[in-house]
Design a protein around this ligand. Structure first.
Ligand SMILES: C[S@@+](CC[C@H](N)C(=O)[O-])C[C@H]1O[C@@H](n2cnc3c(N)ncnc32)[C@H](O)[C@@H]1O
Length: 236
């Protein structure tokens, strides 16, 4: 399929990842970094509120399983993987990932701010779980060993978001720097508006993204054009 956006280092497909992943070159990906549909029927608030495709309670994990099956041949044997998930869906996500990769642990992205729900009767949902896994062959992470709590990466303010579940580029860049070798390739099969791809470009890595919704591809392409104009470096 013809890419929706393409440069020397980054390619974005407007497609269903379960199809498009099958066409990726064998053992070409060093890092799978993605924020799949949570399986929580998530709907944001405000201007960019919209249901996430394939986010129904059972559908989310089914799509993830199918995507991991399709992605398998494209992953290098020593690839690392990070997959965001909601606390209520992580057991299903854990099983889905464990069927394909070696789970190495779970990280907690501490957002340092609350959320809605039963404010008086529950703790604030101020974190997200990120499953960390790798392929059969061991590869070290870059730099000094760090704790599993990812703090200091504030969420994108609602009024600045281009996607209802947009992740901060700084957080994704941190994970790319730790786990994708220089010159390596990052894959995000649920790319949304391209935060993972932007992080990869900022760090001089190669990146491949796939997104089902054209309006998000359009927003991702705009962000990528701007990032490529600015050149590598952690600008935003
Ligand atoms: C949780 S969002 C990712 C948001 C992203 N982290 C960002 O910062 O923009 C999941 C995305 O996966 C997309 N999606 C759902 N099913 C898909 C599929 N089968 N293939 C490709 N993309 C899909 C949705 O349209 C949605 O944009």
């Amino acid at each position: 399929m013809k890419p929706y956006f393409e440069s020397d280092t980054v390619t974005l497909f407007h497609a269903d990842c379960r199809d498009q992943l099958l066409d990726l070159p064998s053992q070409s990906v060093d890092l799978l970094l993605s924020d799949p549909p949570y399986g929580m029927a998530f709907e944001g608030k405000g201007e960019h509120s919209a249901p996430i495709r394939a986010d129904g309670a059972r559908q989310g994990v089914r799509v993830l399983r199918q995507a991991l099956t399709a992605a398998g041949p494209a992953l290098k044997l020593d690839a690392h993987a990070f997959l965001f998930c909601h606390w209520a869906s992580w057991p299903d996500f854990y099983d889905a990932v464990a069927a394909h990769l070696r789970l190495k642990g779970a990280l907690v992205w501490w957002k340092d701010r609350g959320g809605s729900g039963d404010c008086a009767g529950s703790f604030a949902p101020d974190y997200e779980v990120v499953l960390h896994a790798s392929g059969a062959k061991r590869r070290s992470l870059a730099g000094k060993r760090q704790g599993a709590v990812l703090a200091g990466f504030p969420p994108v303010p609602a009024q600045q978001r281009t996607h209802p579940t947009e992740k901060p580029v700084s957080l994704l860049a941190h994970l790319v720097a730790k786990s994708c070798p220089e010159g390596g390739t990052v894959l995000d099969p649920f790319a949304g508006t391209g935060a993972t791809l932007v992080a990869a470009v900022q760090l001089g890595r190669r990146a491949v993204g796939i997104e089902l919704e054209e309006r998000y591809c359009e927003a991702a392409a705009r962000r990528l054009e701007q990032t490529l104009r600015e050149g590598p470096g952690l600008a935003a």
